[in-house]
Design a binder for this molecule. Structure first.
Ligand code: C2E
Ligand code: CA
Ligand code: CA
Ligand code: CA
Length: 280
């Protein structure tokens, strides 16, 4: 029922929320949400191809508003970024995901996700001492650094300031770095020279039309070669169909994420995740 035009009564409108009053109310509600356990994390499997076995997970924040019901992160994360609330919110997300990662390692051993990916926004990366905060969370939770992946967009890294320094400091801890929505920014390829990336998340827009053989397929084919040549792990995002998966595999992709394999799910469900028989 979100975004149907009646915004104020029905929910936060992604366009309307740019208006100051709506934004202020959303931010105030979000601040309360942070303090009253309305927020939680779901995790989407990142799988190996062609079998669909669990490789890692990406943490995705969820909010169930007491009156409005579910509010999507595409609505409230931008609002949190504009108001600065993303800093405490992001700190909570990071700590929560690291605690969960430790639980999986304890409970599932070899079957635990090999990497737990946390989205970090531009604003967080710009905060002085962000890398030190990551280090502190790893120590507090006891999570091995190599299990954590910090996922940033290229625009976040190019935000200037100390973003790149913070990212290098995080990489120096042994934490993996993933570039999100890769290929949609302005200087994707230039970034690969300076940024300490381990993983490229190839944006869904290049996966969507891959089977119709348009330019998207050409880009997807070029990106996997770049990744192979630079020893980066490529993850195809937003894979929704068997045809897309087959074509990506043919192009050389070995990791994917998308509804075809699994939707984001509560942490308990990760323990019992198995590839669908058809994908084995
Ligand atoms: P993203 O980081 O690119 O995350 C992927 C989004 O695509 C998720 O939406 C996921 O549920 C969705 N998705 C996954 N597979 C498919 C598919 O096959 N088809 C389609 N149509 N969608 C798919 P979600 O959870 O609504 O998150 C939207 C965006 O909100 C994220 O995009 C990210 O930019 C932001 N976000 C979500 N959680 C966090 C968080 O914890 N921290 C920060 N900073 N941002 C977050
Ligand atoms: Ca992401
Ligand atoms: Ca993405
Ligand atoms: Ca995205």
């Amino acid at each position: 029922a979100k975004g149907q035009g009646k915004g104020r009564q029905v929910g936060y409108d992604p366009v309307m929320d740019q208006r100051t009053a709506d934004l202020a109310r959303l931010a105030a509600d979000l601040r309360i949400a942070l303090d009253t356990d309305q927020l939680y994390l779901h995790y989407q499997p990142i799988v190996s191809m062609p079998g669909g076995e669990l490789f890692g997970v990406e943490a995705l924040v969820r909010w169930t508003h007491p009156e409005r019901g579910p509010v999507g992160p595409a609505v409230f994360i931008p609002a949190a970024e504009r108001t600065g609330l993303i800093v405490p919110l992001g700190a909570w997300i990071l700590e929560e995901a690291c605690e969960q990662a430790v639980r999986w390692c304890d409970e599932l051993g070899e079957g635990a996700p090999r990497t737990v990916t946390v989205n970090v926004s531009a604003r967080q990366l710009r905060e002085a001492g962000f890398a030190a905060d990551v280090d502190a969370v790893l120590r507090r939770t006891g999570l091995a650094p190599h299990v954590l992946t910090v996922e940033v967009t290229e625009t976040a890294v190019f935000d200037g300031g100390t973003a790149l320094e913070e990212l290098r400091a995080i990489a120096a801890l042994g934490v993996k770095i993933a570039l999100d929505d890769f290929g949609t920014g302005h200087s994707s390829l230039g970034l690969l020279r300076t940024c300490p990336a381990d993983i490229l998340k190839v944006d869904k827009s290049f996966v969507d039309d891959i089977v119709t053989g348009g330019h998207e397929a050409v880009v997807a084919a070029a990106l996997i070669r770049i990744c192979d040549g630079m020893n980066l792990r490529a993850v195809a995002e937003g894979v929704e169909t068997a045809d897309q998966a087959a074509e990506l595999y043919r192009l050389g992709y070995r990791y994917a994420q998308g509804y075809y394999y699994a939707r984001p799910m509560p942490p308990e469900a990760i323990a019992t995740y198995r590839p669908a028989a058809a994908k084995q």
